[in-house]
Design a protein around this ligand. Sequence first.
Ligand SMILES: [Zn+2]
Length: 231
Amino acid sequence: MKAARFHQHGGPEVLRYEDAPEPKPNPGEVLVRVKACALNHLDIWVRQGIPAYQVPLPHIGGCDVAGVVERVGGEGTELKPGDRVFIAPGLSCWRCEFCLRGQDNLCVAYRILGAQVDGGLAEFVKVPALNVIPIPGALSFEQAAAFPLTAVTAWHMLFGLARLQPAEDVLVLAAGSGVGSMAVQMAKAAGARVITTVGSDDKVAKASGLGADVVLNHTRESIADGVKGAD
Ligand SMILES: [Zn+2]
């Protein structure tokens, strides 16, 4: 298959579009034919070689993937070839005390697709069947690939750490960012009052459109004053 790989860490110039072995799905895994793979800042950090993400080289990045089921390894899943799917990028064992408690990010086996294991900047990617989710409704592959990792991060911050409850106020910095735009929508859907910030006036309407109740342009007003004055 073709893949965008790097054999050494560095800038964009280390990326090579080249042939790579097609992954072989083991029992419990699914081979997905990639239709869309979004870019996340994590792709840049991994390519540059930050110490937190040690990867064997050559490496295929790409954390946010949507595509079509190509092949299923073994039994035990209702997924079948041709299914339109996207991939939850957090890979874990699903059996340890942390996974069973819903804290899979604390699993000793926790990996992020495209960071510690080969990702979706390729024709095919293999992942555990438990991470493969049918694309809901009429979402395009590009739309389905746009949000998985930012959604994981935003969810963890809002509900795992902050334990946001309905009717609470929440401040989301940077509604124009990937995590910020997802957090605004999740917090609104959870029934919170959402205060958010943007860096230019043309983003105000977009932030409101995502569901923000109060939008502060931090280039023109103090965030602290704006939050205290919000009613
Ligand atoms: Zn686990």
